[in-house]
Design a protein around this ligand. Structure first.
Ligand code: NAD
Length: 364
């Protein structure tokens, strides 16, 4: 890997390699962009096949966080930590505290959080060494499980999508096919049921499907059949790469809007949806509720304030759809453009309006 060439390609600011022999810590902290504020992004622990794969993942994920925070209107930049190791066997107090020391050493340029392979207790260990950590346990001022808040954001994004296509955000009588009834998907179903939407559901767990059928009067289909279900909205809430060459020809919906990360197998699949007249709610915008919620911890968590901000996903989504219409571009591109424009505008403000004390210093 040509590291500086790689960093220059998407203008990454910093990569920190963290090594602690005693605890076995091998981690990468990638900071993509701090124009809007400190880089916030989760700490992933995974058994990577190579160090290069770990660095690549940290870089890719940190850049994604820059866009997610910018589009959500947060004053945060994008960062991510990747710990190389098996989350089942390689965790220890010393390892997370060593990582905490590294994060503390960045003096707030990077703030960490839970991610795949890490838990609230791991965040509590990091918290022993630094305050630049969110997603800690309730005793330290946590915002709690982000999933219901994520589900609320998805619900609001779904309303905005329905309004774009049908001219009203009333979901009563609309059919929504939900793939995955986990923490987010199940709560989304509850909210949709409450406003009178019809549900088609699936999950690989039969028990949870049975529950949704009984509680929400949902129609159940086999996991392999959900993509082809005839519906108004297809809501992927399980896996990534659900929109691909294989699935696009099967779709019988007007809208794709769900919580799953990385729904488009490749960006070009977003172009295809656009050409087919299927409205796509960009995943990193519609599922930003969890991030907005956790970011609120930085100001002393207030559930009402966080919820209001999450409700704002409705307006953000409307703006993206309007841009997509105006510039005749796919919605995923409109979302990226909106995020980039916000970063560029704030960069400009910061370079123009230099505080007096600093400008005096520069003259000396
Ligand atoms: P989860 O693990 O609680 O739920 C996922 C569900 O999908 C499980 O019930 C699982 O059985 C089911 N599933 C797995 N494979 C399936 C398949 N092939 N067909 C049908 N169902 C299948 O996860 P979650 O927290 O609900 O998150 C769902 C998605 O949303 C993930 O992609 C996640 O990355 C994304 N997301 C979640 C949050 C959050 O706050 N939890 C925030 C942003 C994004």
């Amino acid at each position: 890997m040509q590291i500086f060439e790689t960093l220059a390609k998407y203008d990454y600011e910093q990569v920190v390699l963290c090594q602690d022999h005693t605890s076995g810590l091998k981690a990468i902290i990638a900071i993509h962009d701090t124009t809007l504020g400190p880089a916030l992004g989760g700490c992933r622990m995974w058994t990577y096949v190579s160090e290069e794969a770990a660095i690549t993942d940290a870089l890719r994920l940190s850049r994604g966080m820059t866009y997610k925070a910018a589009a959500a209107g947060l004053n945060l930049g994008g960062g991510k930590t990747v710990v190389i190791g098996n989350p089942k066997t390689d965790k220890s107090e010393a390892l997370f505290r060593a990582l905490g020391r590294y994060i503390e050493g960045l003096h707030g340029r990077y703030i960490t959080a839970e991610d795949v392979g890490t838990t609230v207790s791991d965040m509590d260990l990091i918290h022993q060494e630094t305050r630049y950590v969110t997603g800690v346990s309730q005793a330290y001022g946590s915002s709690g499980d982000p999933s219901p808040v994520t589900a609320l954001g998805v619900f609001r994004g779904l309303q905005a999508s329905v309004r774009e296509v049908y001219g009203t955000d009333d979901l009563a009588g609309k059919t929504v096919a939900v793939q995955g009834l986990g923490h987010v998907g199940y709560d989304l179903c509850r909210q949709l049921h409450e406003v009178g939407a019809k549900l088609i559901v699936t999950d690989i767990s039969e028990a949870v499907v049975k529950r949704a059928v009984e509680e929400f009067g949902a129609a159940a289909v086999a996991p392999q059949d959900i993509v082809a279900a005839e519906c108004d909205v297809f809501a992927p809430c399980a896996l990534g790469a659900v929109i691909s060459d294989d699935t696009i020809p099967l779709l019988r919906c007007r809208i794709v809007a769900g919580s799953a990360n990385n729904q488009l197998a490749e960006e070009r699949h977003g172009d295809t949806l656009h050409e087919m007249g299927i409205l796509y709610a960009p995943d990193y915008v519609i599922n930003a509720g969890g991030l907005i919620n956790v970011a609120d911890e930085l100001e002393g968590y207030n559930a009402d304030r966080a919820q209001k901000k999450v409700e704002g996903i409705y307006d953000i989504m409307r703006k993206i759809f309007a841009m997509s219409r105006e510039f005749r571009i796919p919605t995923y591109q409109a979302a990226d453009r909106m995020a980039e424009a916000r970063i560029a505008a704030i960069k400009q403000v910061r370079s123009t309006f230099l505080p007096v004390s600093r400008s005096l210093l520069h003259r000396q």
